[in-house]
Design a protein around this ligand. Structure first.
Ligand SMILES: Nc1ncnc2c1ncn2[C@@H]1O[C@H](COP(=O)(O)OP(=O)(O)O)[C@@H](O)[C@H]1O
Ligand SMILES: [Mg+2]
Length: 261
């Protein structure tokens, strides 16, 4: 009967976030209670301005000016120094943004290796680690491309590789498919779905209700609070539907050349 109890990865109690002062004061988060277990894949939905990004930034320790409690892996975040929080962020949290946020003057491989600099890993090892993860993402052939030579879907896959290079336990994604077409969106979702199957905790904000089917739990927010919270069985796509990046690009090219003949 005894079952090892793993504490939740994230516990929020009466979390509030206030912006502005005086007449302009308002609460972007207005009493959020939430408990997230290791290995959940959460999709967060809700109208623009309801506090999704604010919540993700707080979870990712990008914003420490909060009211209420935030426990990450059993530790109360508020009691930790800024330096300690930065350390936890770089060790345990991977961020993916809607606008990819790649550094345009760095090659793909240097972008992916970047988070490792802050961990003091020597250059050669950084490049090896980045190269390995890019190969895992079928992006090996693009290592020395510049970001502007990639499609949106490819850029986001590089951004996910960069978020994962530190092997974080939590992946936070703020509308990761917001700038992508439907095909590229599903490729990104399958990538996240694979990470979920490997045991990672994923918290993703999305506007697209179709994409919530990949998640194990769907939370909707309204006016800075949680409105609905639903557990579900995520869809599992057959492996054969997966299209590795290199092949997709090649096929598009060969189609075009056929058409011009
Ligand atoms: N830096 C900021 N300063 C002032 N208000 C902000 C700031 N960031 C967000 N807000 C406000 O907080 C609310 C929630 O914003 P946000 O979390 O970005 O919503 P969502 O991501 O759901 O669209 C909005 O009313 C927004 O205007
Ligand atoms: Mg937002």
């Amino acid at each position: 009967m005894t079952k090892t109890h793993i504490p939740p990865v994230i516990v929020l109690k009466e979390l509030r976030k206030r912006f502005g002062v005086g007449d302009a004061e308002h609460y972007a988060l207005d009493g959020v209670d939430l408990s997230i277990e290791q290995g959940e894949f959460i999709a967060i939905m809700g109208p623009s301005g309801c506090g999704k990004t604010t919540l993700l930034n707080i979870l990712g320790l990008l914003d420490r000016d909060i009211e209420g409690d935030y426990e990450l892996n059993g530790r109360e975040i508020g009691s930790l120094s800024q330096r300690r929080q930065a350390r936890i962020r770089s060790d345990q949290i991977g961020f993916v943004f809607q606008s990819f946020n790649l550094i345009s003057r760095l090659t793909v491989i240097d972008n992916v290796a970047l988070p490792l600099i802050y961990k003091g890993i020597p250059k050669l090892k950084r490049i090896k680690m980045a190269s390995k993860i890019l190969h895992d993402f079928h992006l090996g052939e693009r290592e020395f491309y510049m970001p502007n030579q990639l499609s949106g879907g490819q850029m986001q896959r590089v951004a996910i590789a960069r978020a994962l290079v530190n092997e974080p336990s939590i992946i936070l994604a703020d509308e990761p498919t917001g700038n992508l077409d439907s095909h590229a969106s599903h490729i990104i979702m399958e990538e996240l779905s694979d990470l979920h199957k490997k045991g990672n905790t994923i918290i993703m904000v999305t506007h697209n209700p179709n994409l919530t089917t990949y998640a194990s739990r769907v939370i909707t927010m309204l006016d800075g609070r949680i409105d609905t919270d639903t557990f579900q069985l995520p869809v599992v796509k057959p492996v054969t539907e997966k299209k590795p990046l290199g092949k997709t690009t090649k096929r598009t090219k060969s189609k075009k050349s056929k058409g011009t003949k």
